[in-house]
Each structure stands twice: as structure tokens, then as C-alpha cells.
Design a protein. Structure first.
Length: 252
């Protein structure tokens, strides 16, 4: 087994005794139950219910990401103020990559649970689903792909500052994501990372219903995709460079 898989396995074991994994399972289930309960008597047409649910997931992501990132970093902080992490023989970069992989694997599984769990309930329990299974699979990738930047950003906030700073920013980002769905965000949403998931998944839904429009994507949507991909790559590279010189967090 290579170094990175071993480090990743160790990180999974560190989280075993915490509520880290329970958050990734419980929050999607709670959201599914709440929305399916409401949709069981809502008079809104069924095709319009799906994007509303996806938008709600997008709004919840920043706050939830800030919480789970704080769990991962606090585990290291409690271990002698990152002493164990910084003194590893396999290097700090591999340690950081392992943390990122841990969060992304669990986050993706949680997203799949949230989307497919909703799809199953919407189809089998309510009998209102009008979309193919492939749509839910694709929207899961779109929604999660837009959040990778947020994981990297909140890891930085937790390592550099504290979980309080990360969660505080996460709350503001969730509120800002909601605002970006209004007319206020029409122009600037592509420059706001917390709005990417909501806006791009919404665009994907619209064009999925009208496949012919995929060849005429609005300039804003195209720019949003480019901004999301390029910013995520840049932040990943910068994070790896920054963490190579990381010496711990000064506690106030």
C-alpha cells in the first residue's frame, strides 16, 4: 500500500470516534424527510420541486462544509497543536492531500445520498418523479464539483485561524448563496464561489429539459464554469504551497 492510501486510512480511523461520519449521513436524511413531507401536500407542479430541493442543498453546503472541515482540523489541533501532523515522516503535503481526500470522499458520498435518496422517495413514495435517473447522477457531479473550492477554502480558514472563523464565514456564505439566486446576483454570481453550485446546477436543470439549448449557453454560465474550474485548480495549488510552510496555528 502506498504512502497516501495509508495516511488516508489513518485519517478515516481518526474520525471514527467522532460525529464526523454521522453528520454526512444524518443531514441528507433529515433534508430528504423534510422536503418529501412538504412535497407530499404541496400543490407546486412536480417538475419544479426538484430544482428547489437542489437549491436548498446548495445553500446548506457552505455551512455544512465549514462544520466538517472544523472537525478534521480540530482533531489535529487537539493532538498537541498540530505536532503530529507537522512531524510526519511522509511530508506535510501528503498529510494535507489526505485531509482533502477524506473530506471530498465523504462529501461526495453525502451528496449522492442526498440526491439519490430524494430521487428514490420522490419516485417510489410520492410517485411524482418525471426525470430519468441519469439526471440525478449528473446533477450530483455538478453540485459537488462546484463545492470543491469551498472545502479547500474552509480547510485554510481552519488551519490558519479557527473553527469559529470558518463556521462564521460558512453562515455568511449560506446567506449570500441565497441572495445570489435573486436579481442581486445576476451579474456577480460567477465571482462568488458559494453561488456556483446553486447557479450552475440551476442552469444544468434548465438545459437538461431543453437539450438543444446546450449549444447556446449564456455567456454568464460559460464564464461561471470557467471561473469555478480555474479557481479550484489555483486554490488547490496555492494551498499545497502554503501548507508546505505551515508551522501550526497560534492560539489566542
Amino acid at each position: 500500500m502506498g504512502v497516501l492510501p495509508r495516511v488516508l486510512k489513518a485519517d478515516f480511523l481518526k474520525m471514527k470516534g467522532t460525529i464526523f461520519f454521522w453528520i454526512h449521513m444524518a443531514m441528507p436524511i433529515i433534508g430528504i424527510v423534510l422536503f418529501l413531507s412538504y412535497y407530499s401536500f404541496s400543490k407546486v407542479d412536480s417538475i419544479s420541486k426538484v430544482p428547489v430541493y437542489i437549491q436548498a442543498l446548495s445553500m446548506a453546503f457552505p455551512l455544512l462544509i465549514s462544520v466538517v472541515c472544523s472537525f478534521v482540523v480540530e482533531q489535529e489541533s487537539l493532538a498537541g497543536n498540530f505536532t503530529e501532523l507537522l512531524s510526519t515522516e511522509y511530508g506535510k503535503r501528503k498529510a494535507f492531500i489526505s485531509k482533502v481526500c477524506l473530506l471530498l470522499i465523504c462529501g461526495f458520498c453525502s451528496t449522492i445520498l442526498a440526491v439519490f435518496g430524494f430521487a428514490a422517495g420522490f419516485h417510489f413514495l410520492l410517485g411524482q418523479n418525471e426525470l430519468p435517473l441519469s439526471f440525478y447522477f449528473e446533477i450530483s457531479f455538478v453540485l459537488f464539483g462546484c463545492q470543491i473550492f469551498m472545502y479547500l477554502f474552509h480547510l485554510f480558514l481552519n488551519f490558519r485561524f479557527s473553527k469559529g472563523a470558518s463556521i462564521g464565514v460558512g453562515i455568511m456564505e449560506s446567506l449570500l448563496a441565497a441572495l445570489m439566486l435573486t436579481g442581486m446576483g445576476e451579474v456577480i454570481w460567477k465571482y462568488i464561489p458559494c453561488a456556483w453550485g446553486m447557479r450552475l446546477s440551476n442552469s444544468f436543470f434548465i438545459y437538461k429539459l431543453n437539450p438543444d439549448l446546450f449549444h447556446a449557453l449564456p455567456v454568464d454560465t460559460q464564464m461561471g464554469v470557467v471561473m469555478c474550474i480555474c479557481s479550484t485548480i489555483i486554490v488547490l495549488v496555492m494551498s499545497l504551497i502554503w501548507f508546505s510552510f505551515y508551522e501550526g496555528r497560534k492560539e489566542m
